[in-house]
Design a binder for this molecule. Structure first.
Ligand code: XMP
Length: 319
C-alpha cells in the first residue's frame, strides 16, 4: 500500500542510488512541483543539491524574499538567486504582443539559467518537478503556448546541450500526492496549496507594453488582493486570484483635483483543471474592502473593476 511516508523513504533511497556522489542542479520557480522536488532531493542528498532561482522582475511582491527565507534560511539549501530583472525588462521593452512576450520571457529564462549553470560549475544532473500528468501531456505539446512555455521553463533541450542527466523524482505522482509529500516534508501551506502562477508571470498581466512603473503598480495592487484573499480564507477555496494592469487611464478625484490614473482589474476564478473556469462570486464586503484599499493605498490607480467572465469564451489570463 502506498503511503506518503513510504513513498518518501523509497524516493530518498532511489535518489541516493541514482545520484551517488554527483551534483544536482534544480531550477526553483516557487511553484508546488519544483518546491516539493527541491525539498525531497535535499532530504536525500543535502549539499549535493544546488537550487537556482531566477528573479525575472515579473514575480509577485515579496516572492523572491519568501523563496530566500524558506529554502535558503529555513531548509539551508544551497540557493543561488539570479537577479535578471534589468535584462528581462530590456528585452521586453516596447513589446506588446502576448505571444512575443511569452517567447522572449521563455528564451531569456533559458539563457539566464544556462549561464548560471556554467558559473556554478560541473554537475551531472538536472532535477525537475515533472509530474505524471506532465509526462503524458508532454507528448501533446503542440501549439498550446501554455505547454510550450512550460516546456521552456522545464528547460527542454538544455539537458542535452549541457550533457546533464535528468532527475525527476515526482514523475509517478499526481498533484494531490505531490502536495501530500510536500506537507510531510514540512513545506508550509502557502507553498503546498499555492495557486498556479504562469511562467511569464506579471509579464502577461500588464497588458501590452511592460514598464517598471506599470509592474510596480500591479505588484502593489496584487499584494493587497492576495492579503485580503488569505485573511478571508477565500485564497484556499478558489483556483486563481490576481490583479491585471489595464493600460487605460480613467478620471478620478483627489481632494478637488481631477486625477487621471490607471485601472486595475480583479480576476478570481474557480476551476478543476483550468480548461473551464467560473468567475467567483466573492462577497460584496470583501470586494469593497479590496477596492477601497487598492484605490487608497496604490498611487496612480483611480479605479478597480471586476472581471465577471467565465471560460469559455474568456480565458483565465487576459493575455
Ligand atoms: P488561460 O488563460 O489559457 O490559462 O485560460 C489557463 C491556465 O494556464 C495558465 N497560463 C500559463 N501558464 N505559461 C504558464 O506557465 C503561460 O504562458 C500561461 N498562460 C496561461 C493560467 O494562469 C491558467 O492557470
Amino acid at each position: 500500500d502506498w503511503t506518503t511516508e513510504d513513498y518518501i523513504k523509497q524516493a530518498v533511497k532511489k535518489i541516493r542510488q541514482t545520484v551517488g556522489k554527483s551534483r544536482v542542479i534544480l531550477g526553483l520557480s516557487g511553484g508546488v512541483d519544483s518546491s516539493v522536488a527541491a525539498a525531497l532531493i535535499h532530504k536525500a542528498i543535502k549539499k549535493q543539491l544546488t537550487c537556482v532561482f531566477v528573479d525575472n522582475g515579473l514575480l509577485r511582491k515579496g516572492e523572491r524574499e519568501s523563496v530566500e527565507a524558506l529554502y535558503g534560511k529555513h531548509f539551508k539549501i544551497d540557493l543561488r538567486v539570479i537577479d535578471a530583472r534589468q535584462l528581462f525588462l530590456r528585452r521586453l521593452k516596447g513589446v506588446e504582443d502576448p505571444e512575443k512576450k511569452r517567447r522572449i520571457i521563455g528564451l531569456t529564462f533559458i539563457e539566464v539559467f544556462e549561464k548560471s549553470l556554467k558559473k556554478i560549475g560541473h554537475a551531472d544532473f538536472l532535477a525537475q518537478g515533472t509530474l505524471y500528468p506532465d509526462v503524458i501531456e508532454s507528448v501533446a505539446i503542440g501549439n498550446n503556448p501554455a505547454s510550450l512555455i512550460k516546456s521552456h521553463h522545464n528547460v527542454g533541450g538544455l539537458p542535452e546541450r549541457m550533457k546533464l542527466k535528468l532527475l525527476e523524482p515526482l514523475r509517478e505522482l499526481f498533484k494531490d500526492e505531490v502536495r501530500a509529500v510536500g506537507a510531510a516534508l514540512g513545506l508550509p501551506r502557502e507553498v503546498v496549496w499555492r495557486q498556479p502562477f504562469p511562467g511569464p508571470g506579471l509579464g502577461v498581466r500588464v497588458l501590452g507594453d511592460i514598464t517598471k512603473a506599470k509592474l510596480d503598480v500591479l505588484k502593489e495592487a496584487d499584494a493587497i488582493l492576495m492579503e485580503e484573499m488569505k485573511d478571508s480564507d477565500w485564497y484556499w477555496k478558489v483556483w486563481q486570484s490576481f490583479c491585471v494592469f489595464l493600460p487605460v487611464k480613467s478620471v478620478g478625484v483627489i481632494g478637488d483635483e481631477r486625477n487621471y490614473a490607471w485601472v486595475i482589474a480583479i480576476r478570481v476564478v474557480e476551476s478543476i483543471d483550468a480548461m473551464t473556469a467560473d468567475w467567483t462570486k466573492l462577497p460584496y464586503d470583501l470586494l469593497a474592502r479590496i477596492s477601497n484599499r487598492i484605490t487608497n493605498e496604490v498611487r496612480d490607480v483611480s479605479r478597480v473593476v471586476l472581471d465577471i467572465s467565465s471560460k469559455p469564451p474568456a480565458t483565465i489570463e487576459w493575455e
